[in-house]
Write a protein that binds this ligand. Structure first.
Ligand code: NAD
Ligand code: USQ
Length: 400
């Protein structure tokens, strides 16, 4: 298939682009490299030494003999260039990763709140309009998030894949309907993903666009079979308080002997997926699009569910790392239950890569190898959800 990967220089997009290319798909990456620029603004860098995109692509050609195209376009602001690219490439599928994806970054300041909304909503809407406008017959696969459902709303009731069946009493008897699951975002970033859902619902109804929205859990791990083939292909590894996600952060912290930074009690329960399964799920999604006229197809892209504290304990038991309970800089429930349906990907043949000591060790080895690149002042999360909230950085002098 001819596949356009929006955001293909990022943590999920890069290994996906290599995987799809390796599997024989004809891949072009669109990315405005904004993620690399945010690192410059935050004065932090990927723990792993990622090389410039041109060098990445040359290395892939050398190693695999396959070519991946690249265009630097801002999806949110350069509409005409996007439309021209779609007409030139006529992709069969467009995979949309190109959004600002960190909840803490989105809550940092009024500037980052506005940037996150402007960037994400405009990027998604430009893509949808451009597909309609150009008439290109491409299906869209968007990376959404489990966070659109929120945490704790339904207790121990399993979260369905996108839609909820509701019954309403009417004078003529009971009416049964399938509705989009209520949105309950926990950050400005997660809110943009709930807005994306409405855009998808409209454009699939009005213009019969074929859209798959993948409600993905927290991605962990670093390398895939393809990114491990050459150091120049290495995936990015975010460890800082804004972009680092919980499991990768704990593994990196253990490698550098930093106390594991549990927010609050650690009773927060979240869904997870390994990066190797992310790339496989994307291929399954592009190969199994909905039919034109169908509502957006929502698939929950997760393989397992864990409590933050259980992850900290597991890593502490294996590595001897200390666990620190820090004041939670976020507004979120201290404890929540989480049961998630993921039947669709299992039915399509996904064989889940679940948390195992071998995989944990792989991430720790990567972190160990590059630990001298870590800036210890960037580890504790400093973005707060509301003015006046305390962070560990305010209170604790013994942590860097
Ligand atoms: P990332 O920040 O590493 O990658 C996103 C890429 O998109 C970057 O390379 C960035 O430069 C690019 N981009 C952003 N805005 C753009 C624009 N306007 N024009 C062109 N390019 C733009 O993020 P990631 O971790 O790879 O996440 C990718 C997608 O998956 C995001 O939409 C995110 O919400 C979703 N997701 C990620 C996770 C996770 O744990 N990483 C979990 C669930 C969902
Ligand atoms: N947490 C800690 N300690 C840390 C970091 C995080 O206890 O050092 C806690 C957070 O308070 C939160 C949980 O761990 O309760 C998850 O935080 P996270 O930063 O790992 O994940 P989150 O902010 O939800 O965002 C990540 C990605 C985002 C994606 C989302 C999927 O950055 O792009 O959408 O995971 S999900 O969480 O399923 O919505």
């Amino acid at each position: 298939m001819r596949v356009l990967v929006l955001g293909g220089d990022g943590f999920c997009g890069w290994p996906t682009s290599l995987y799809l290319s390796d599997r024989g798909h004809d891949v072009t990456i669109l990315d405005n490299l904004s993620r690399r620029k945010i690192d410059v603004d935050l004065e932090v860098d990927s723990l792993t030494p990622i090389v410039p995109i041109g060098e990445r692509l040359r290395a892939w050609q050398e190693v695999s003999g396959r070519e991946i195209g690249f265009v630097n376009i801002d999806l949110a602001t350069e509409y005409d260039r996007l439309a021209s690219l779609l007409l030139e490439l006529r992709p069969d599928a467009v995979v949309h990763f190109a959004e600002q994806r960190a909840a803490p970054y989105s809550m940092r300041s009024e500037k980052t709140k506005r940037y996150t909304v402007d960037n994400n909503v405009r990027a998604t809407h430009n893509l949808l309009t451009a597909i309609v406008d150009t008439g290109v017959d491409a299906s869209i696969v968007h990376l959404g998030t489990m966070g659109v459902y929120g945490y704790g709303w339904s207790g121990s009731a399993p979260i369905p894949e996108g839609y909820l069946t509701v019954k309403v009493d009417t004078p003529d008897g009971e009416l049964e309907r399938e509705i989009l699951h209520p949105a309950n975002p926990g950050s400005v970033y997660h809110m943009t993903k709930t807005l994306d859902q409405l855009l998808f619902a409209f454009y699939s109804k009005n213009d019969s666009l074929r859209i798959t929205d993948l409600h993905q859990g927290i991605v962990w791990g670093t390398q895939t079979e393809q990114t491990a083939r050459d150091e120049r292909l290495i995936n990015r590894f975010d460890y800082d308080g804004d972009y680092g996600t919980v499991l990768n952060r704990f593994l990196m912290q253990a490698a550098i002997k930093h106390p594991l930074t549990v927010h609050g009690s650690g009773g927060q329960t979240r869904a997870f997926i390994h990066i190797k399964d992310t790339v496989r799920c994307i291929e399954l999604a592009i190969e199994n699009p909905p039919t034109a006229g169908d509502k957006p197809l929502v698939r929950n892209q997760i393989t397992e569910v864990h409590r933050v504290m259980d992850l900290a304990k597991l890593i502490s038991d294996v590595t001897g790392a200390d666990v620190a309970h820090l004041p939670n800089p976020r507004q979120e429930a201290d404890e929540n239950e989480l049961v998630v349906r993921n039947d669709q990907f299992l039915a399509l043949g996904l064989e889940p890569t679940t948390l195992s000591e071998g995989l944990l060790a792989e991430v720790r080895e990567v972190a160990e190898k590059y630990k001298d690149r870590a800036d210890l002042r960037k580890i504790v999360a400093r973005s707060v959800w509301r003015k006046g909230m305390e962070t560990a950085a305010d209170l604790m002098t013994e942590l860097p």
